[in-house]
Design a protein around this ligand. Sequence first.
Ligand code: FAD
Length: 408
Amino acid sequence: MSDTINELADSEKDLFRSKIESFFSEQNTQTDQSQDGIGDADTTSLDKAKSFQMDLSQAGLAGITFPEEYGGAGLSDTHQEIFNEVSASWHMPTSPLSISHGMCLPMLNQFGTHEQKLRFMPDNISGKTIWCQLFSEPGAGSDVASLSTRAVLDGDQWVINGQKVWTSGAHYCDYGLVVARTDPSLPKHRGLTMFIVDMSDPAVEIRPLKQISGGSGFNEVFFTDLHIPKNFQLGELNQGWNLAISMLMFERVSIGASAGGLNTDRSPDLIRLAQDSGQANDPIIRQKLTDLWIKEKIKGFIGQRIRDAVSAGQVPGPEGSIAKLNGALIARLARDTSISLVKAEAQAWDAENENGEQWTNACLGAAGISIAGGTDEVQRNIIGERVLGLPKEPDPFKGAAWEDVPRS
Ligand SMILES: Cc1cc2nc3c(=O)[nH]c(=O)nc-3n(C[C@H](O)[C@H](O)[C@H](O)COP(=O)(O)OP(=O)(O)OC[C@H]3O[C@@H](n4cnc5c(N)ncnc54)[C@H](O)[C@@H]3O)c2cc1C
């Protein structure tokens, strides 16, 4: 369903707004200051995320624009905008679901068959199942199209072998979307296919990686003769690159231009912190906070522009890279502003300050936003080539079969 913000009657907008407000007041999430990094959720925050999402779903406020038939609320983009506006001043404990909802759900909706949507979307929307994204490999990060994980058809099953890395949340996810090579004789972008995998299958081994923050948000994932049904293929055979690009765009939009989760505006918290700590009249602090507030507002407009384009039927294009790069730069600005405010407590906080750790986590996590979903350098390349029309990077193996390209 698509409409502009003015097409919904004011009374209907007000009604919807107050429904969301009363939902959040009842949940009382405003006092919850915790911010998990991508995939970095303990059992408590995972349970909190799942039960919050279930409540949201039962209130008819989850999967707002997705069809009711597939577990969504079947509402308009205007409803989504209103939800984003109202929820911005609350803390939604849903970061552990950000990949599941920001990337996997729109992919299922866009490329799934009717049966796949019926089977997988309702549980994804309600938070009953959580999904992860398995693209990166030890030898394929920025150049993800060169990946080596293989999928071979054996009767009516696909057999997958290979290794993924940096898979956020794999250790608590039920399903994943994996890209694998189905035809090595084609050039690297053309022999890939996307699949749905059941992460609880014994042929999937998940090994957590330890981070500087002490958390374990990422994993190595090994597939050893993983058999999946033929109908777990998502989209067309050997068209996985097109799906991967769409998913990366959803990821970039999700990181750079969505509302909530990792992309929650930090300025309201930091303004509150400045007030509570008696620093709100310091001219340098005020200038930093104003700068951050303005940039977060602009980020919101970029997001709205992209969401409007998507609701008008356009696939997010290179502007997703602008949103992603901008979101990463703002995350670093928020980190620097928070360090100016909390000073040494960004590294060593008072044991009695139960929210102390959040600043350290936010500071340590900010750099990762410049890498996840394609690094800042890669976004700059895309903007340079596809927005500004600069010459493309030379590729001596352009058009060569993937199996003929030397790799380490
Ligand atoms: C927080 C976080 C969450 C993540 N979650 C997931 C996930 O859930 N699923 C998943 O599949 N992956 C995930 N990743 C992995 C992420 O997609 C990759 O780390 C990223 O694409 C970069 O790949 P790489 O680490 O292999 O670095 P490389 O590709 O090896 O890059 C190394 C350096 O070289 C630069 N570089 C590379 N190519 C170029 C170029 N052409 N021009 C200019 N500079 C270049 C890069 O900018 C970088 O600085 C996550 C990463 C992070 C940080």
